[in-house]
Design a binder for this molecule. Structure first.
Ligand code: SF4
Length: 338
């Protein structure tokens, strides 16, 4: 681990100022990913700017009937917040499907968005990796790629985004509020994370000198018909092979509106407007769900070890939509340790 300076930010403006003064600095909040990356010599910040005491840990009502979640709200507090449980149970369920109780207690909302891929080659500095060292190559494409992406990949990188929370936020059409030297802006969740393209070193469209201050949830929470279904190698403390956030608005047996986002399959939470449009106005039947799954996965491509994910994703999409339609969501209640 390298030597680094440690400083605390007094407020958001001070944090932005300090970051602008030292491009090699990093913000630290819960540290649940950054410290690991520093121990492995993947991240080498010259200074850590501690933002953990900034006043960004509240959940507030918005004028539009939604909620504004401060960037420092711990993942566990967010999952158990009564308003989240009641109005956005899809989000609560997705958060509780991720990590462990201890990690959820430390990890922040903003940090969850910015966590980096768990591609094993990214963490192994003895191997080529375009995300860690642009231009060096991708060890995963012809390597052990069982956990890797099947959608939106590039010749430069086939890594996945590891978050569960972000899959639900994508389905709920949240927005990300950020602050930087030139002021504040809001980024639609669908525009926040990037596909790898030829710049896999960039995970998101957040500029290097910007800070996430909040995530805003719109009023619609799809609380009646939803499911977050996560398939993984262990029941807890494992990243998704495939996960699906499914949310439906039903009119009798007919689908009035639908949201569908996938995790574990791409460099960002994966949504396809065409698949959601196909669901609208159709009966909530297995045949409808299978058509949507086929459409959503039409561009899927395997790399050997992960090719099984294409069939797996199809089945998980159908099952998650069935659970959502029947109002029998995948239970995460065993993850609740209060
Ligand atoms: Fe690096 Fe991406 Fe290839 Fe993994 S998949 S080795 S993160 S370039």
């Amino acid at each position: 681990m390298i030597n680094f300076q440690y400083v605390r930010a007094d407020d958001v403006s001070d944090a932005v100022r300090q970051m602008a003064a030292d491009p090699a600095a990093k913000f630290i909040a819960g540290g649940t990913n950054l410290i690991d990356l520093m121990k492995e010599d993947v991240e080498r910040p010259t200074r850590l700017i501690d933002i953990s005491r900034l006043p960004l840990a509240t959940v507030e009502e918005t004028e539009g009937g939604g909620l504004r979640v401060g960037a420092l709200v711990p993942n566990s507090d967010l999952a158990w917040h009564p308003k989240i449980e009641q109005r956005y149970p899809l989000l609560s369920s997705a958060i509780l499907a991720g990590a462990s109780a201890q990690l959820r207690n430390m990890a922040s909302t903003g940090g969850n968005l910015l966590q980096r891929t768990r591609c094993c080659y990214f963490y192994d500095t003895a191997t080529p990796c375009n995300k860690r060292e642009p231009g060096s190559g991708c060890s995963a494409i012809e390597g052990i790629n069982r956990m890797h992406a099947i959608l939106g990949t590039s010749e430069a990188c086939i890594a996945t985004h590891p978050s569960d929370m972000c899959v639900a936020l994508a389905a709920l059409e949240a927005s990300v509020h950020v602050a930087g030297p030139s002021g504040k802006r809001a980024i639609a969740f669908s525009d926040f994370h990037r596909l790898p393209g030829d710049t896999p070193q960039r995970d998101s469209n957040l500029d290097a000198d910007e800070i996430v201050v909040a995530v805003e949830l719109p009023a619609r929470g799809f609380a009646a018909n939803y499911s977050y279904l996560k398939i993984r190698d262990r029941l807890s403390y494992a990243f998704a092979l495939v996960s699906v956030a499914a949310a439906l608005e039903l009119d009798g047996d007919s689908i009035k509106d639908a949201r569908l986002a996938l995790g574990g399959v791409a460099h960002r939470p994966w949504r396809d407007p065409a698949a959601e449009a196909l669901l609208r106005g159709q009966p909530a039947t297995p045949a409808t769900f299978e058509h949507a799954a086929d459409l959503l996965l039409r561009g899927a491509k395997g790399f050997g070890h992960n090719t099984f994910k294409i069939d797996l994703a199809r089945r998980v999409i159908v099952r998650a939509l069935t659970q959502a339609a029947q109002a029998t969501p995948q239970s995460q209640s065993s993850k609740k340790i209060r």
